[in-house]
Design a protein around this ligand. Sequence first.
Ligand code: HGY
Ligand code: MN
Ligand code: MN
Length: 416
Amino acid sequence: MIDPAARAADAVSETRLWDRLMRLAQIGAIPGDGVNRPCLSPGDREARRLVMAWARAAGATVSVDAAANLFLRREGADPTLAPVLTGSHMDSQPEGGRFDGIYGVLAGLEALSALDDAGLATQRAIEVVAWTNEEGGRFAPGCMGSMAWSGHAPLSTWDEVADQSGVTFGAALAEHLALETDLPQRALGGRPHAYLEAHIEQGPLLEAAGLDIGVVTGIQGSRWFSVTVNGASAHAGTAPVGLRRDAVQDMIRAINALNAMMHDPADVLRFTVARIDVTPNTSNSVAGRARFTIDLRHPDAAVLKQKGDAIEAVVRGALKTCTAVIAEHFTADPIGFDPSVVETVAQAAAACGFSALRLPSGAFHDAQFLVSVCPTGMIFIPSRDGVSHNPAEYSSPRQVAAGARVLARSLIALAG
Ligand code: HGY
Ligand code: MN
Ligand code: MN
């Protein structure tokens, strides 16, 4: 009698998983094999309906909560036991790839289908979740669905957060939920037995080392800020430079001062300014306002605190003629995953005959907010050239299947 976990891993179908990934990649496809599928958009809803259809065909039940987190549930033998949760997110960056997030949802669904194909029952139910707005691309910050679900912040926190067209998160969520009233509703929150998320590494380490699987040990911390520099718009031809309150020039001074403060010779600290909005944003009006975002990351909580807390003073010290408003929008502390879940993943990878490396995650994930709710872990598969948040993001059919095999084995171990 072959060990059930081995049967589950063997029943994972590389073809079925790859075909589903490529089918989802058609929803919101952009040139260069990329995807633009913002959360709570028509494309997001189309993708969800497709995944729900596949889940129902595999005998799973579907439900959604007040944050539009989507759950696909496969019953266990004992309904009184807390379920094992797996999954990730379905929303993408505006110029994202075909694997970030959606891979973890489809790998979870593939594990359910593999259990069915192998004729296996588990003691605990297994639920695959698609968290709302992990990316924070359309509505900042990210991880709103998992933060609301885990009690990290109330859902109403982000009601007034607007996207670039002025639509608020609250309005987009209400519109979305009204289009999914045919789905069973469930309460926001829960206490699963464990949570395990499969995801692409989004970095170069596994590929560089020629390894199959990442046994993720934790996630570095992240802090998101916005800086709004307020000056006065003026005529580009007539206003003397000496009398201007030029928000763009002061923004540049502030960013240069921050670059100096954030410089890390060891290249561990991650400081990114990647979104800039200028008003009135015309070539012949001196900018009255300039807003830029800060994405700050580090594995050491003390460094993250020290550098993040210093931002306001450094910005204010750099300004010449303008004022500034600095706000923090997202704080995710560095976390370590549960050693028992990490070990479960390591043993599953070994049992599958895959080479593996223990490593922390440079990217944040919904798993960061599950750590406070239940024993949590992650599985990585390699990313070609370490590229992600870019249409060129790629993992091979063999790699996506390997991650799903390790996930299937791990879920069997966790769900009994
Ligand atoms: O930004 C991140 O780390 C994640 O990929 N959204
Ligand atoms: Mn992701
Ligand atoms: Mn991402």
